[in-house]
Design a protein around this ligand. Structure first.
Ligand code: SAM
Length: 388
């Protein structure tokens, strides 16, 4: 089936929503690259009860398959690091570990990359290869290098790119190391999230070049960092907006669950919380908490007696904050060398005093030794993360 009409309709939607800029050179790429080619052998669609419905290209009528491919949604193509739709017969549970990101996000990021037609690009997180295909169409296959950590995912993407007519450099490897063999690049784009921009990406980018990546370690509350590399090997820029991606595999947090009371048995301090911890369910406070305590994770857990408890755990600093609520409000109990909630509340206080600026107010400077983030010129809104 020829999906040219679906592709043109997708491009029209992306233009109408402002994701594709006016007269964008990415529009011909969206109109040309068949997303359905990159979804083989199949996808997992969300189903009831948090489960996934496997749908394969072979067992789905062409019109239905095209309808799925041109939905503006992320389509999971692998669960739990191994399962593909052709291997699952019925509804399954699992965590997506590879996907075709929603075209809105992919194309929006490509627009933000400020690419010129002769630029070379390094992509981290090939996934299905759809975003690599868009770049190959615009820049030529020789200008695109894409790195995927999972060998089976990389092989499928490579085959799909071939089928779409692009023999590009699909590298199987850990993208956190970039790909020095073809450096320097004009642009680096990551379609998986990273805790911080790896310095190797800065080193492998030409001065004046751009690195674009989602930073943070929580599943939400992450930001799209756009930095320009300087002549001296540092990079500077800002968080340009909210962004959410599955994490680079080595950096994905293992979710804590169950009864965690034993982990919070030895408490150093107990006091009323000034801010409700549920504030961290919101995007910007979550990003600020991650800047303040980069190793911490925010956990909603169920105790054995059925009560819902909230925690901040920082395994690196061996510290925790445990929250309980009663009619008079929230109480926080803290333990370990870092009083996590004291630090987060100080940040939230300073942020509110500054007028609760948006995530796009955050600036970022990267060197080989440290990542510094700041908002305005207040010391309380400045965070330096030194690399060990
Ligand atoms: C959201 S998908 C990428 C979407 C893709 N760009 C597309 O348009 O189809 C993220 C991919 O990053 C890959 N990944 C995770 N950690 C990685 C790493 N350290 N290096 C390279 N790729 C990684 C995952 O295996 C997954 O395939």
């Amino acid at each position: 089936m020829d999906t040219a009409p679906e592709r043109r309709a997708l491009a029209a939607r992306l233009s109408a929503s402002g994701v594709l800029r006016r007269d964008s050179p990415w529009r011909p790429a969206v109109e040309a690259v068949p997303r359905e080619l990159f979804l083989r052998p199949g996808v997992f669609l969300p189903a009831d009860g948090g489960r996934w419905q496997p749908v394969t290209a072979l067992s789905t009528p062409a019109e239905e398959w095209a309808r799925i491919a041109y939905r503006d949604e992320s389509l999971a193509t692998q669960l739990d690091g191994h399962l593909t739709a052709d291997e699952a017969e019925t509804l399954v549970t699992g965590v997506p570990t590879s996907s075709s990101t929603t075209p809105t996000t992919v194309v929006g990021m490509l627009e933000q990359l400020d690419v010129a037609d002769d630029h070379t690009v390094l992509e981290i997180g090939t996934g299905t290869g759809y975003s690599s295909g868009l770049m190959c169409y615009r820049l030529g296959e020789d200008n695109v290098t894409t790195v995927e950590v999972d060998p089976r995912v990389a092989a499928r993407a490579d085959a799909a790119l071939e089928a779409a007519g692009h023999s590009t450099w699909t590298v199987t490897g850990d993208g956190l190391l970039g790909h020095p063999a073809r450096a320097p690049y004009d642009r680096v784009i990551a379609t998986c999230a990273v805790r911080r921009i790896p310095y190797t990406w800065v080193r492998q980018t030409r001065p004046g070049g751009i690195v674009l990546a989602t930073v943070g370690s929580w599943p939400y509350g992450t930001g799209l960092a756009k930095v320009t590399v300087n002549d001296d090997g540092t990079a500077e820029g800002r968080i340009i907006g909210r962004s959410s991606f599955m994490h680079a595999r080595a950096q994905a947090l293992v979710p804590l669950a169950g009864d965690l009371s034993a982990r919070t048995a030895y408490v150093d301090t107990e006091r009323p919380a000034k801010f409700p911890p549920a504030l961290l369910d919101e995007w910007m406070p979550a990003f600020l908490a991650q800047l303040t305590a980069p190793g911490a994770q925010f956990v909603h857990a169920m105790a054995d007696d059925g009560t819902q408890n909230l925690y901040l755990f920082d395994a690196e600093r061996e510290s925790f904050a445990a929250f309980t609520e009663d009619t008079s409000g929230w109480t926080v109990r803290q333990g370990g060398p870092m009083a996590l909630w004291d630090a987060v509340e100080e940040t939230l206080d300073a942020w509110q005093d500054a007028g609760s600026p948006d995530i796009a107010s955050i600036r970022l400077h990267v060197t080989e030794q440290a990542h510094t983030y700041w908002i305005g010129d207040q010391q309380a809104l400045r965070w330096e993360h030194r690399l060990a």
